[in-house]
Design a binder for this molecule. Structure first.
Ligand SMILES: Nc1nc2c(ncn2[C@@H]2O[C@H](COP(=O)(O)OP(=O)(O)OP(=O)(O)O)[C@@H](O)[C@H]2O)c(=O)[nH]1
Ligand SMILES: [Mg+2]
Length: 444
């Protein structure tokens, strides 16, 4: 370390500035860009047990990918909407805009699927820099929209052919999302379930916005996505970084984590916080009370767990003063709830816990969240019924009785059509309608 005084340091800086100015004046915006690059480089030196690259598709998926990027993960994003890509804070060369719509798909899964099928080679080339040195890839998408949700067939095929194990983070809609979002999310979940059964996907993590809304009830809307995206990304990042380090207590090895992450079928995870460290059974009680409540999705049967992981974190002072029996009761309770699944355990010092104990849990190898799917189906049907009712009322609400019978109306209409066809305005109109805007863009 240098022992320069403040005065000496500022003199050195001035000399350096003078020397540099000999090459011309320094452009502030360029310096800012360089600084940013250096920060990204620093962040990229994160510790990971498994080198994971993240690909986010659609708006929700891209925002999750952006959250991984902030934590130093190699990330890229794809969307059909230019505006939505602009707001994503990842390097410009890690953004891919797929043409073929007016911007977004408006929750239209068929249109989305077509766009992705038509862009396979473009996507393959784009993914290469992000994924070339990774052990695994995570695809992040929301089920309720059109772009992310419809992309899964093509994206999983492309990623599978690259030979990387594939994890998916799949977001279910909020309680207040519309019928289309809810039905889209079930349709795509059923496709993902087939891919998981076919072992194309190693790990399907389901997170549910409706559950996150409950956990963070009371948050202002402006903070909701940031907080929920952090909550979604944090457990995976914690498992991946802590397992890369040795613990002076109990280590969960990278190969244990690999078993969890490659177990297949669905996964859920979450974190429980407690300050009850005085009582022997304090941690175990926190697990009994809030294991299910703090998972980021519900409707799963935790007793189906095939492989799981539990990591207990607290600052070193707390861990040093806490009897081992407290932790043992906690592990025992989790083992009970998962009916004897293999549960890998880790205990780590984490000075950021500030006197609290955090229990990170991850359950893998689960079946689909049947109860939640049932609720989504019912909610989407109820909303669709309402829409249908409105559509049928629309005809009566928008018609004016002109006092003519139906036959007269028909004759009038035909006469008007003939007149229009022969007018030059009519000719222009028909010519313009020969192909839609969407068609014209796709042919480019
Ligand atoms: N957790 C989380 N969910 C989000 C976020 N943004 C949107 N969603 C959810 O995602 C669903 C909407 O999907 P989007 O991701 O906006 O849609 P898209 O993939 O861009 O598809 P388009 O319909 O083509 O725009 C809704 O269920 C939202 O609740 C986000 O930042 N975080
Ligand atoms: Mg969108």
């Amino acid at each position: 370390m240098s022992n320069k005084t403040e005065e000496e340091a500022s003199k050195d800086n001035k000399n350096l500035e003078e020397a540099l100015s000999a090459f011309g004046s320094l452009d502030d915006s360029k310096l800012e860009g360089l600084k940013k690059k250096m920060e990204t480089k620093k962040m990229n030196k994160i510790e990971q047990s498994i080198k994971i690259g993240v690909v986010g598709v659609g708006q929700g998926g891209s925002r999750l990918a952006e959250t991984f990027c902030k934590k130093g993960y190699d990330t890229c994003v794809i969307n059909t909407s230019k505006q939505d890509l602009e707001f994503i804070n990842v390097d410009e060369d890690r953004k891919l805009l797929l043409e073929g719509s007016l911007g977004g798909t408006g929750k239209d899964l068929d249109l989305g699927r077509e766009i992705f099928e038509d862009s396979i080679s473009e996507i393959e080339e784009f993914l290469h820099p992000t994924l070339k040195n990774q052990d695994m890839v995570y695809l992040t998408v929301s089920g309720g929209g059109g772009t992310g949700s419809s992309s899964v067939d093509t994206m999983v095929d492309i990623l599978f052919s690259m030979g990387l194990p594939i994890g998916i983070i799949y977001i279910l809609p909020k309680q207040t999302d519309d019928a289309k979002s809810k039905s889209n999310s079930i349709e795509t979940l059923s496709r993902l379930a087939v891919m998981a059964t076919d072992n194309k996907i190693s790990n399907l993590i389901v997170v549910d916005n409706a559950k996150i809304e409950q956990i963070f009830a009371g948050l202002p809307q402006s903070k909701f996505w940031n907080v929920s995206n952090d909550a979604i990304v944090d457990p995976l990042v914690k498992f991946n970084s802590l397992t890369s380090k040795a613990s002076r207590h109990t280590s969960l090895d990278p190969s244990d984590f690999a078993k969890i992450i490659s177990c297949g079928d669905c996964s859920i995870y979450g974190v429980i916080e407690t300050s009850n460290i005085e009582e022997e059974t304090g941690l175990a009680e926190a697990v009994i009370e809030s294991l299910q409540e703090n998972m980021l999705a519900e409707g799963f049967d935790v007793s189906q767990t095939r492989v799981g992981g539990v990591i207990i974190c607290a600052d070193s002072q707390t861990l040093d003063s806490m009897p081992a029996i407290n932790i043992n009761y906690c592990f025992h309770m989790i083992s009970e709830q998962t009916k004897g699944a293999s549960i890998f355990q880790g205990v780590y010092d984490d000075e950021s816990c500030n006197g609290k104990v955090k229990i990170y849990t991850w359950f893998a190898g689960l079946g689909l969240p049947m109860k939640r799917i049932e609720t989504l189906k019912n909610e989407s049907k109820a909303l669709e019924d309402l829409q249908r009712e409105k559509a049928s009322e629309r005809t009566s609400q928008m018609s004016i009785d002109l006092g003519t019978d139906n036959t007269t109306k028909m004759t009038d209409q035909i006469n008007r059509k003939i007149k229009k066809k022969t007018s030059s305005f009519g000719k222009l109109q028909r010519g313009g309608r020969s192909s839609s805007i969407i068609d014209r863009r796709r042919k480019r």
